[in-house]
Design a protein around this ligand. Structure first.
Ligand SMILES: *Cc1c(COP(=O)(O)O)cnc(C)c1O
Length: 398
């Protein structure tokens, strides 16, 4: 080795930043991984909250990262990739057609124009201006939420209804489609199955946002079988694909229309919801990986983690810990911890704050009552004991 190169390598190895960037010599042994968060000022966190977007939702399994790495090394035609991966995804979940979107919310945007402008080249560039086209989207008043902004982005006018009779009256010449937010099913008078049946009866395409309803994997096809024409899911939540990915599944003609209103086309509403080859391949790889796993084994692992956390806190006097499964959205084992809030003087909000301010920083679910909720499914396997240990310290007032 020339001496100047040796000298350079020696210098590099002595500069921590450079060594961490992977510039350390191969002779130094195993390649060191770069920790990109170091030095950025932010504090990484242990995610005992679940698939919250603001907490970056999930981390991708190694198998998914390997597929993304592979995708990132070559050029492809993005339209061809969309079609090829769409076919693979549709075959995996058992539906007619699929489109990778930039998230479940993003699936709402190209899907709305699919009904408003369809495949009509003249109408597509005019959106979100909707003069002269069907632009009314019917939904239950109790289903209104922040994500319906994505539908409004496409120029849709939301028409609120409460009862079945309201809905039947609301359908008219300007009706483009009807939309159901599954997480709000308990709040509405019209339930998930009846809503799909009404769509069929009235001849209005029905769409369901089921962003957080994976697992179980059966949900990918369940709503379509129920009669929905299209369904949207997050790619970066329970599926653990890229955070900026989602799946739009359903009828072939509508998926084709959505694709025409979506990136990589330019003069379309969906242009701003771009996914690259990394997201497209990544969400497909995540789906393959997810479907290969044994759902029962996955469930047992989550129950085991709940039990691990419970073992730390349940022996504390007055503290109770029980596993529960949310009925809709994130329907996996969680742990609910209750104690005598008034008697102990420990408020759930204060526990959340102390977990957040501590080292390591831990996030749990937002407080909705006089108790605490811990999600274990997004933890790394060894983190359940860390969360349990911290909770024990706080609840024992150490
Ligand atoms: C998270 C979520 C979305 C948005 O999903 P993204 O994949 O983050 O775009 C939409 N609807 C519901 C009900 C959600 O929970």
């Amino acid at each position: 080795m020339p001496s100047n190169r040796r000298r350079f390598l020696k210098t590099v190895a002595s500069v921590p930043g450079l060594a961490a960037l992977g510039a350390s010599p191969a002779s130094a042994g195993a390649r060191q991984e770069r920790d990109v968060y170091k030095g950025l000022g932010g504090r990484p966190l242990i995610n005992a909250a679940g698939t919250y977007t603001v907490l970056s939702a999930s981390v991708m399994p190694r198998e998914v990262m390997a597929a993304i790495e592979s995708a990132s090394r070559r050029y492809v035609n993005l339209s061809e990739l969309h079609q090829a991966v769409g076919r693979k995804i549709a075959a995996l979940v058992g539906c007619e057609a699929a489109l990778v979107t930039a998230g479940a919310a993003s699936a709402l945007t190209p899907r709305a124009p699919a009904w408003i402008a369809g495949k009509e080249a003249g109408k597509i560039p005019r959106l979100p201006a909707t003069d002269g086209v069907k632009n009314e989207v019917i939904l239950q008043k109790s289903h209104r939420n922040g994500y319906d902004h994505a539908v409004r982005n496409a120029g849709a006018r939301l028409v609120e209804v409460e009862t079945r009779e309201d809905l039947e009256r609301a359908v008219g010449a300007k009706t483009a489609m009807m939309i159901f937010f599954n997480v709000h099913d308990p709040l509405g008078k019209i339930k998930v199955e009846e809503f799909a049946q009404l769509g069929k009866k009235l001849g209005v395409p029905a769409f369901i946002d089921a962003a957080a309803d994976i697992p179980p994997a059966e949900n990918y096809s369940r709503f379509l079988k129920m009669g929905y024409d299209l369904a949207a899911f997050s790619g970066g939540k329970g599926l653990r694909g890229p955070q900026c990915s989602g799946l739009l599944l359903g009828r072939r003609d509508l998926i084709e229309a959505a694709a025409l209103n979506n990136n990589p086309q330019t003069d379309v509403v969906g242009r701003t919801n771009k996914v690259g080859k990394e997201e497209i391949v990544g969400v497909w790889a995540a789906l393959e990986h997810f479907l290969k796993q044994d759902p029962k084994a996955r469930w047992r692992e989550w129950e085991k983690r709940c039990a691990t956390v419970a073992e730390f806190v349940a022996p504390i006097k007055g503290v109770k810990a029980e596993t529960f499964v949310p009925e809709i959205a994130n329907a996996v084992p969680h742990l609910r911890i209750t104690w005598d809030v008034a008697g102990s003087g420990i408020k759930p909000g204060d526990v959340v704050k102390r977990l957040r301010d501590g080292d390591p920083r831990i996030e749990v679910r937002p407080v909705i009552g006089e108790w605490l909720e811990v999600a274990v499914w997004m933890l790394e396997p060894d983190e359940a004991a860390i969360v349990g240990g911290r909770l024990k310290q706080i609840l024992e007032k150490e």
